[in-house]
Structure formats: C-alpha cells, structure tokens
Write a new protein. Structure first.
Length: 95
C-alpha cells in the first residue's frame, strides 16, 4: 500500500494510504524500510472485512475529512522527507 501511494505521488497524483488500524505497525515498518515515512496514511478502525455496509459507511465517514485534508495539503508538507525518493522514482520511470 505504501509503495502504491508513493508511485502515484511520484507521478503527481495526490494519494493517501487507507489502512486498517490492525495493520498500523506493519504500515509504519514498511514506510520506514522504503524510506517513505512522509507518505500520507489514514488509519481506519479495525476490523474491516466482516463489517456490514452500514458499519463501513460509518468508518468511512469517521476518516473522510482526514483523507480530504491529506489530499489538499501542499505536496512538500504532505510528503516531507519522502519527496526526494519520489522524485528519483518518477525520473527512473520516465526514462
């Protein structure tokens, strides 16, 4: 998920990783290993897969403004230290 968001951001598409709180530590670990700690992440209350439509709508409503705010944030602020890595990825993909 982190790498996917990095790919989209590297190509100028504002993105946010939506991750279940049950996978927070794995997401943080992956971001650190990839050098992408600035990638925007929004954590949705776990569990996800066994929820009713109504419960999922509630979880989506709970994080909606946080997602919108991440997407509207200035890319330099949103990505922080990850921006340099993303620029390298974008230039490697364009050659």
């Amino acid at each position: 998920m982190i790498h996917d968001v990095a790919h989209f951001e590297a190509h100028g598409l504002p993105s946010v990783a939506l991750i279940s709180t049950g996978f927070r530590s794995q997401a943080e670990y992956q971001a650190g290993c990839l050098g992408l700690t600035g990638i925007p992440r929004v954590f949705v209350q776990h569990p996800i897969s066994d929820q009713t439509d109504e419960q999922l709508y509630g979880k989506a409503d709970a994080v909606f403004l946080e997602v919108v705010n991440c997407l509207l944030e200035d890319p330099a602020a949103r990505l922080g230290d990850s921006n340099e890595i993303l620029e390298e990825e974008a230039s490697a993909c364009s050659t």
